[in-house]
Write a protein that binds this ligand. Structure first.
Ligand code: PTJ
Length: 215
């Protein structure tokens, strides 16, 4: 039987440790600025016409059920998008999503995100490529900027407030994936609406929160 951990890339284990280190700095809690960004993200996803949740190996292994709940609450499609892409990994992760009731896209990508040379460019025309809002959790890299350049609104969940993705997304939730997904789902179910949100200011508040804990 294929275990979830067999489907995580080796580099994903390093990514996990990196996340844990940042979570210690945050005190393993959802800090107040993260709660504000969760509300802003809920509001944006509610207003979206074609939201998509992009999942990689780490996200499915850690939070397949939580992703399914978010997809159900928001109507967002789920698409498997991998940096270390192999047909076996895509099939295994798609099967794991299937087991929690989600028919994820990603097995047969028929389009490309312009400007990316990595396997992350490969995507589905009825998924990420035509989405207006894309949630890109647990990812550091250049895809976020490429999605922004395509005119999409991008939300990320990243414990590192300084990662490239955290710095380029429209809304960055600096929180642990499994801790914040239920909060995001609840905020969507509660019909939360946020009119103005400044991501740069919010990221500064996260850094101030960490600094205050360290001093
Ligand atoms: O499954 P693949 O092939 O797509 O590979 C996934 C990789 C490992 C490439 C992808 O996860 C990645 O981009 O890894 P990075 O570059 O280490 O970036 C991951 C980011 O997520 C880092 O900034 C971590 O701090 C953060 N992170 C790690 N674990 C968590 C997290 N953020 C929230 N919750 C976590 N549990």
């Amino acid at each position: 039987m294929v275990e979830a951990t067999d489907l995580v890339a080796k580099q994903g284990l390093i990514a996990h440790g990196r996340g844990e280190a940042f979570d210690y700095l945050l005190g393993e809690q959802t800090c107040p600025p993260a709660m504000r960004s969760i509300k802003a993200a809920a509001s944006l996803i509610r207003a979206a016409s074609s939201p998509v949740i992009s999942v990689n190996g780490n996200v499915v292994a850690l939070a397949a059920k939580e992703v399914a709940h978010l997809s159900e609450a928001s109507g967002a499609k789920v698409e498997v998008n991998l940096f270390h892409r192999t047909p076996e990994r895509v099939a295994g992760l798609t099967k794991m999503m299937d087991e929690v009731g989600i028919q994820a896209l990603g097995m047969n990508p028929d389009d490309k995100i312009p400007g990316l040379s990595s396997e992350r460019a490969r995507c589905c025309s009825d998924g990420i490529c035509s989405a207006d809002v894309v949630l890109v959790p647990l990812e550091d890299g250049d895809r976020c900027q490429a999605l922004v350049d395509m005119g999409k609104q991008v939300i990320t969940i990243d414990l590192n407030p300084l990662s490239r993705t955290a710095q380029t997304a429209h809304i960055t939730i600096v929180d642990e994936l499994t801790r914040c997904l239920p909060l995001l789902t609840d905020a969507i179910r509660d019909g939360v609406k946020v009119d103005d949100f400044d991501n740069k200011k919010n990221l500064k508040e996260v850094l101030a929160f960490i600094s205050a804990r360290l001093s």
